[in-house]
Structure formats: structure tokens, C-alpha cells
Design a protein around this ligand. Sequence first.
Ligand SMILES: [Zn+2]
Ligand SMILES: [Zn+2]
Length: 346
Amino acid sequence: MTKMKAVVKTKPEPGAEIIDVDIPTPGPGEVLVKVLATSICGTDLHIYQWNEWAQQRIKNLPQVMGHELCGEIIELGSNVKHLKKGDIISAETHIACGHCFLCQTGNAHICINGRIFGVDINGVFAEYAVVPASNVWILDKKIPKDYASVMEPLGNAVHTVLAGEITGNTVLITGCGPIGLMSISVSRLCGATKIIATEINDYRIKLAKELGADVVLNPKKDDVVKKIKEKTDDLGVDVVLEMSGNPTAILDAFKALRPGGRYSILGIPDKPIEIDVSRDIIFKYITVQGINGRLMFSTWHKTARFLSSGRLDLEPIITHRFRLEEFAKGMELMESGNCGKILLYP
Ligand SMILES: [Zn+2]
Ligand SMILES: [Zn+2]
């Protein structure tokens, strides 16, 4: 057998097709993985829709889409010593060079020469995929297999929530897509004392409440800043976790954050946004930080421990499970917002 089914971005236009492509061969330091489950990320949706960001960023068509992975190792390339056939794995999706300034100073997740599955190189929406051994994360047997696929975005949530103080803090989470929802769970687990979320989609509002957000506001109906002030003794929240990429949400969150607070941004706006730096940052004495990827690999260790402890339940967040062939249905659902995380099974 030399061919496999894969979801491939074939043309620089909206959409993707499922076609037969060659099964990749693992080179030195790589492993071949049978994909057991994969999941759809916002990035995949942007590539599928072929938005402005994707048009600038994606260079090598045709390319297999997808990056979130649960797989079983079925073949080892040369020089792979610490892994074995049959290992069930997840994978860090940022492939670092290992020798640049950032890699050498503990910041491999923002490696200058970094490449990402399904963005810069062939991804994992396929029956098989090749993964560098140094990116493999061996799954704890206590963790349900298909959660491996969701560890990567969950790692984004863990990285963002834990990028500053959270215990005993009041938190605003703007946007309840899958990572926003996961951030509600992680914030609760880590001792946030009041969790306020904002979201416009009814399906996700309901999920946010189920996961334990204390207040869920709808910017289409509520005066978000006023309500947040009311819920925080007129002070504003201690921490903002921005998960929407929406310009209005981003600007309102500056107003809802208390002076001296922390503003961590993971959501990606697709255009530049104008900010009043003196009023909203300097005189307010706040800390603004961008979050990218996961710390390699301390975020992975924490994420795995949260899951194997049984204290973090992903089940309410995984709302749909489809066959890989049904990827278009998954993309449509993601577009509508009427879903949490969507898993695909080859
Ligand atoms: Zn992702
Ligand atoms: Zn590097």
C-alpha cells in the first residue's frame, strides 16, 4: 500500500478536496504515524475559507491540511531511540530548528525558523503523517486516546491562563470558541474566583455556562463594559484572556480591565487595530502580552497532568465527531459557531 486518503488544499481558493496522495516516508529523526483522530482548529477554517491571512501565509500548494493529532507510531526513522512502534501520541505542531537564538534561550515555540504542520508543510488531515521525533508527545494511558488530538489547543488555553497570576483573580474571557471554552475550565481549575465570558453565539453561550462561567454576556445585547464593572465592584477584572480576535471585543476589554491588570491575547484579529496607548496601557499601568503556541514542553507537562488527574473534563467541549470524509460538514459547523471542538476520524 503506497497511497492514503488526505484532505488537501489543492488550489488558492476557498475549499479543499479529499484525494489519494502518497504515504510519506519517515526520514532520520522522524516517525510515521497512523492518524487515529484529528481535530479542526480556527487556523484550518481560515485556510479552508482562504481568508486574507491564509492567502499571505500559505505558500506550498498542494498541501495536506490540519495539525491537531492523535496517532499511533507504526514506523521509526533512523536515529529514533526514545520511541517505539505502538506508542499512542500527540504532537507539538510548531517544529523548531533547535539552533537559533530563540531555541537556545528557552523559546522554541517562537523559533525564527519554525514551521507548522498544515501551514508550512503537509499536515495531519490524512490516514498517515510523518512527525519529527522531537515533537512527539507520548500520551499517558489514563488519558482517553482521542483527547490527544485536543491537547494542542488545550495547551494554548493552559499557556494563556497560566501566563500570569490567576488564583484568586477575577477573569474576563472574550470569545467562547473551543479555546475560550477550555480557558473557562482551566481558569476554574486554577482558582479564578469569578469568570466572566463574552460570546454572541447561543450554542456557545450555553456551553460556557455549563462549563462554569459565572457570568456570560452577549455583546449584541449587553453593555459589556458596564456589566463587567457592576460585577467587579466597579473595579474591572484582574485578568483579560482575549480569545476572539474581534476588534470591538479587544478594545472593550481594555476598558473592562482594572488598572494594573494583565491582558493576555491569543485571539488573532485579521487586520491592524488602533489602540489608545497612553490611556489604555501606560496610565492604566497594565501588562499586555501576546501568547503564541505552547511552551515546549512545560505547557505540555501541565496539560497532560490536568487531563490525567481527571480534574479537567474535555467531554462537554468536544461536541461533534465525524469521519474525515465529512470534513466539509465540520468546516461549515465551525463557520456557524454552533459547535465546540470537532474531531475527525480517518
Ligand atoms: Zn490548533
Ligand atoms: Zn529555532
